[in-house]
Design a protein around this ligand. Structure first.
Ligand SMILES: Cc1cc2nc3c(=O)[nH]c(=O)nc-3n(C[C@H](O)[C@H](O)[C@H](O)COP(=O)(O)O)c2cc1C
Length: 158
């Protein structure tokens, strides 16, 4: 049995990152708040992901909370690597400069957590990045996307 059979549904977000002039976006279910004060957050990035080295070297990422209306684009970003393509151009997701880190964030996101990596821990086939939230911002309310399995999602009531 896959662990996600027990742990889903989980809110699906988009993680954006930048390294050596390359911007990227990947889909991510494994993320969690860790501390109120200071505000801290963690994400788990698989060892095969192109984003892994980008976050490791830049020590920064943005968690973009997305509306369910972006389901198709989110699935695309979770099934295609950014190694040789520009996922922003492919999906029409618009990037803008984050406020507190040298990183892109997604203009259409409902909210953002801009994060500075403090610590990384190897956990099986993923790396866990523990970060301080340097800026948190809500743009608007909207229905979020929750992952059930494969390409099947659900959403919140409001
Ligand atoms: C709904 C969904 C959730 C995902 N959650 C994670 C996750 O939590 N961690 C992870 O490393 N990969 C996750 N993935 C897989 C990556 O998004 C996928 O491998 C992506 O192509 C990586 O992009 P990159 O190679 O450009 O970094 C998820 C994929 C989907 C579709």
């Amino acid at each position: 049995m896959k662990i996600t059979t027990l742990t889903n549904p989980r809110q699906t977000i988009l993680l954006t990152c930048r390294w050596k002039g390359k911007d990227n976006v990947m889909t991510l279910d494994w993320h969690t708040p860790l501390s109120f004060e200071p505000m801290m957050y963690a994400v788990a990035i698989g060892k095969t992901r192109f984003s892994l080295d980008m976050v490791r070297h830049s020590k920064a990422f943005v968690v973009n909370f997305m509306s369910k209306d972006f389901e198709k684009k989110i699935l695309y970003c979770g099934t295609h690597t950014g190694k040789n393509i520009d996922k922003f151009a492919e999906t029409g997701l618009i990037k803008e400069q984050a406020k507190s880190v040298d990183c892109p964030r997604i203009k259409q996101a409902l909210a953002w957590l801009e994060c500075k990596v403090e610590k990384e821990i190897e956990v099986g086939d993923h790396w866990l990045f523990i970060a301080t939230v340097s800026h948190a911002e809500i743009r608007e309310k909207g229905k979020r996307l929750f992952h059930l399995h494969d390409d099947v999602f659900t959403t919140t009531v409001d």
